[in-house]
Design a protein around this ligand. Structure first.
Ligand code: UD1
Length: 352
């Protein structure tokens, strides 16, 4: 297997996955509309790997453009689909944009793949599909809860679309119906909280405007771009009262994508499966701040504020299934995550 299409490959997780793919010898074609990224990411990936990936600027929610792109790259062996909008708050104010963009793009990509012989697909899902689970840690069997936002809803609906697609092929087969090619091989990867950056500090998270997520808010506050970090609530039923999440280094996550893709190719896998991608341990907001202050030596300006709407108290993964089946385990520590995020932020500052 040689050629992989990475949609959203200029984004945070996508760019790290492109690096990992190239370093494993794959040829990568990125499809990205650059709505939340810049083409300089491709230059920086090239500086890390020694080879610039191909970038096609394409809006995959535009059906004609999507079909055209896939026709040109009909020799691809697999698709890793990151392209989607991901700001939870924005999804509440622009639900139609989120449904059209996230679900529409997925449908177009699958349609385009049906017209080719490529059936290997990795989907970017999220632990948001579990809501606040009744039992921790969450396994892949933990029931999904109704989504708290249009963004979360799009992840659930996309997973349902994929499951229905796989089921339709099975039904077709049972009836002896005509199938348009081989069976689908689909993995949905449910990420916990990806943070950190590549050790080169050449790629990382680049939020548009004021960050929503904790880690970029911390690094921007430390850099003096934001005056103060607000800790959203310290009255949760957790050890220090602040919410607990399973933070995972983006480079560990990138490695998991390549393992997932290879797993489908090498094991006679057919159909669809889901994997939790986390470390299996949770840290509170104050623990993340503590780690950041310790590894950087910077005293962070923060205050305790009210709870943020829609936040859950705590979640962390049972990541055992990925270890058993994919042979993948997150290796990097919280200190490595916070330090690499800071090095990336520092590098960005130098360019201003
Ligand atoms: C959010 C999304 C989730 C998405 C994930 C991507 C929600 C409800 N969920 O997860 O669907 O997959 O991002 O990484 O938004 N915090 C602060 N101050 C801040 C920012 C965050 O205290 O300025 C706290 C939050 O209350 C939370 C923790 O930091 O407890 C992590 O927040 P965040 O990075 O936004 O991720 P999630 O909300 O867990």
């Amino acid at each position: 297997m040689k050629k992989v299409i990475v949609t959203g490959g200029c984004g945070f997780i996508g760019s790290h996955t492109v690096v990992e793919l190239q370093q494993k010898g794959y040829t990568v074609v990125i499809a990205d509309d650059l709505s939340n990224s810049t083409p300089s990411v491709v230059e920086n990936i090239g500086r890390i790997t020694g080879e610039k990936p191909i970038l096609e600027i394409v809006d995959l929610s535009d059906r004609t453009a999507c079909l055209r792109f896939f026709k040109v790259h009909s020799d691809a062996d697999a698709v890793i689909h990151f392209a989607a909008a991901k700001a939870v708050g924005e999804s509440v104010s622009k639900p139609l944009h989120y449904y059209r963009n996230n679900i529409g793009s997925l449908l177009n990509v699958l349609d385009a793949m049906e017209r080719s012989s490529c059936r290997t697909f990795v989907f970017s899902s999220s632990c948001t599909v579990y809501g606040q689970p009744d039992h921790l840690p969450v396994t892949e069997q933990t029931p999904r809860k109704p989504a708290c936002s249009p963004y979360g809803n799009t992840k659930q609906v996309c997973e349902d679309v994929l499951a229905d697609l796989v089921a339709s092929c099975r039904t077709d087969k049972g009836k002896g119906g005509a199938l348009s090619g081989a069976s689908w091989k689909i993995l949905s990867l449910r990420y916990f909280n990806p943070i950190g950056a590549h050790p080169s500090a050449l790629i990382g998270e680049l939020p548009n405007g004021e960050p929503n997520n904790l880690m970029p808010y911390i690094t921007q506050t430390a850099a003096g771009i934001r005056p103060l970090l607000k800790v959203f609530g310290n009255d949760y039923p957790t050890p220090d009262g602040t919410p607990v999440r399973d933070y995972i280094h983006v480079c560990d996550l990138a490695e998991a994508h390549v393992k997932a893709m290879e797993y489908m190719q090498e094991n006679g896998f057919e159909g669809m499966d889901c994997f939790n991608l986390g470390t299996g341990r949770g840290y509170s907001v104050l623990e993340v701040i503590g780690s950041f202050e310790r590894v950087t030596g910077i005293k962070l300006a923060y205050e305790i504020a009210g709870r943020r709407d829609g936040d859950i108290a705590q979640i962390w993964a049972d990541a055992g299934k990925a270890e058993r089946l994919l042979g993948w385990k997150a290796r990097r520590t919280l200190d490595e995550m916070t330090l690499s995020a800071w090095k990336w932020q520092e590098n960005l500052q130098k360019k201003i």
